[in-house]
Design a protein around this ligand. Sequence first.
Ligand SMILES: O=C(O)CCC(=O)C(=O)O
Ligand SMILES: [Fe+2]
Length: 306
Amino acid sequence: MTSAETTPWTSFETTISDLERNGTNALQLLTTGAVPAVIFRNAFPADECRSLVEFLTDQELMYRSGDPRIDQRAIPAERVDRWTQQGLNPGQSTRRRIDIGTSLGNLGDDKERFLADSARTHALFQQLFRDRPNPIDVVYRSLQAMAPGRTVRTAREPGPEPGSWQEYGPAIFRIHYGGYTYGPHFDSVRLRENRSSYAVYRFEHQLAGVLCIQNSTLEGRSAQAIMHRQMWKPEIDPLLNNGQFPEYCREQQIENISVELEPGDLYFFNTGTIHEVPGVPGDEPRIVLATFIGTSDDDSEIMVWS
Ligand SMILES: O=C(O)CCC(=O)C(=O)O
Ligand SMILES: [Fe+2]
């Protein structure tokens, strides 16, 4: 879609109770690309976000910026860059990210390892959120309100025993240090990663639900996602891979919008939309709680994973 498109393209801001009252099909707004994002402001209280960061730091699951232990825990840059070649940090510095949780994108090539790691994540999250508000619940409840009548559940594969299931990780905390940048990309277990041996491969649409836990801010600017009014198609791939996408957007006058989030704000978007998150090397890391979501128009089940 280009700016020749006359319908406005703006985020849809809502709440769980508004959706329940009005019966808006917010899921469809995303699957059809009618809006760049569905935003739930203040979905998780900002002071709970701050308290959670303190807690995760105390638990040594993450570290403050500058802590030398970050490099030991950071996932190898080649792994997180596998699908997004572009968008190195300012000054070409190494991209550093700590994940708390299990990533299908990183571990999915080894299904057994992925499912074992997912089981450990479930145990860890159960322990972490035994006595404190669980932000993952907010993501699932908001998604459920967007999709009334559908069954929203963590993605799963049939287990070894008849009738048993093995779940994927339910969500993942991603802690981005030093201005970590996501260049323009799309996400798809179907069209990009080709994960045909996984149950989530069957879905027609892939969405993401991302809760902002902490912003990275420098001189009044913070790292925020930019959505381009362009769905992925095969012809876009060379442009994404060669770094020519910005030029293409200028030539084709493809509009974009920035999704401005404060800690506690939650946004959902269609991951087939080309998107990016330019980094801002602030003092604190940017922290999000992220999920992917699979849905099809004629499928009563919606699966969530990380
Ligand atoms: O960190 C974000 O806000 C989005 C990252 C991203 O590209 C994704 O979750 O697909
Ligand atoms: Fe993405």
